[in-house]
Design a protein around this ligand. Structure first.
Ligand code: ATP
Length: 298
């Protein structure tokens, strides 16, 4: 059995370009992995089997997480074996789901990346990134992780310096937003621009970064309650609040994890809430597994 983990992604900034001839939007986004993980355990089995544990929480219950072949872990497995389907062997996957679903945190891409990393570890075959990116636009970053500038349609990544001078609170309001629906609304609204957070509220390591999300006006147009949740958080925390991805996850910067944990504790009524810090990795074999297998330690 191999155990893998995959962190959630936050778009600290997200600029969107008008839809192009491919029918997609080019992006310019500063993305950051954070310490909020899904965990996978993968083992050879007689037939493909997926068991999901963790979510749904009571408030998460209405969110649609497919447990059959539509789950992105199976799309990842199909991509992994596409050039050699005869060699494919069935696996049992236990998905310990913590990253809220359809929240703008790329949990599905995280799981797909963690599945590919696990299959690579089980088989010794490398992950074929070109195949895998077809499974989800955030997959390239879900694999590489850390801090990056994401461009193109999400597949062009350039590293940016890591940040360790802030914590975040991620608050997921009880709203479901589908990524394609938010982009469609953004098109229908003629591509509005977001409003940047004041520069003084941005941590020193990110100075110069415009913390802005062009999809926010479209998300609010679909779910007006999102603006109320944001106002409530800004009042509770006395600071500006931004949105990640296509929403509805909202976030704010805090000096450290202690301050963020305190801020998270005063908020209620969210689908999920988490005080967290940046991490410097993407989907990977769980470190304790690596330690266990480390010949130097045996
Ligand atoms: P995106 O990466 O498109 O911005 P998101 O981060 O908002 O999406 P995800 O949690 O990745 O949201 O889920 C997007 C959709 O993918 C869900 O509505 C769900 O139906 C589907 N899905 C399939 N497999 C998974 C999975 N393993 N985890 C989460 N969602 C999944």
């Amino acid at each position: 059995m191999i155990r893998t983990e995959a962190p959630a992604k936050v778009n600290l900034s997200l600029r969107v370009a008008a839809v192009d001839r491919s029918g997609f939007h080019r992006l310019h986004s500063h993305v950051q992995m954070v310490d909020w993980h899904d965990y996978l355990a993968i083992e050879w089995w007689e037939e493909d089997l997926l068991e999901v544990v963790g979510l749904p929480t009571p408030t998460e219950g209405s969110v649609d997480l497919p447990t059959g072949k539509d789950n992105l872990v199976w799309k990842s497995a199909a991509a992994f074996w596409v050039d050699d389907p005869g060699k494919r062997r069935p696996v049992r996957v236990t998905l310990e789901k913590h990253i809220p679903v359809a929240a703008g945190l790329a949990g599905g891409s995280a799981d797909a990346a963690a599945m590919a990393v696990g299959l690579a570890a089980l088989t010794g075959r490398p992950v074929d990134l070109a195949r895998l990116v077809e499974v989800g636009s955030d997959i390239a970053f879900s694999l590489s992780g850390g801090s990056a500038l994401m461009e193109g349609y999400g597949e062009v990544l350039s590293p940016v310096p890591a940040s360790d001078d802030f914590a975040l609170v991620l608050a997921v309001p009880p709203i479901e937003l589908s990524t394609p629906a938010v982009y469609q609304r953004w098109d229908d609204l003629d591509g509005p621009a977001g409003v940047a957070l004041p520069g003084r509220s941005v941590p020193p390591s990110l100075r110069g970064l415009e913390v802005i999300n062009d999809l926010y006006p479209a998300a609010v147009s679909i779910a007006p309650d999102l603006a109320d949740h944001r106002s409530q958080l800004m009042a509770a925390w006395s600071r500006p609040v931004a949105m990640s991805g296509s929403g509805p996850t909202l976030f704010a910067f805090f000096a450290d994890l202690e301050e963020a944990t305190e801020a998270a504790s005063v908020v209620s009524g969210m689908r999920a809430i988490r005080a967290t810090i940046p991490v410097d990795h993407g989907a990977r074999v769980r470190p304790q597994e690596r330690d266990y297998n480390d010949p130097v330690r045996q």
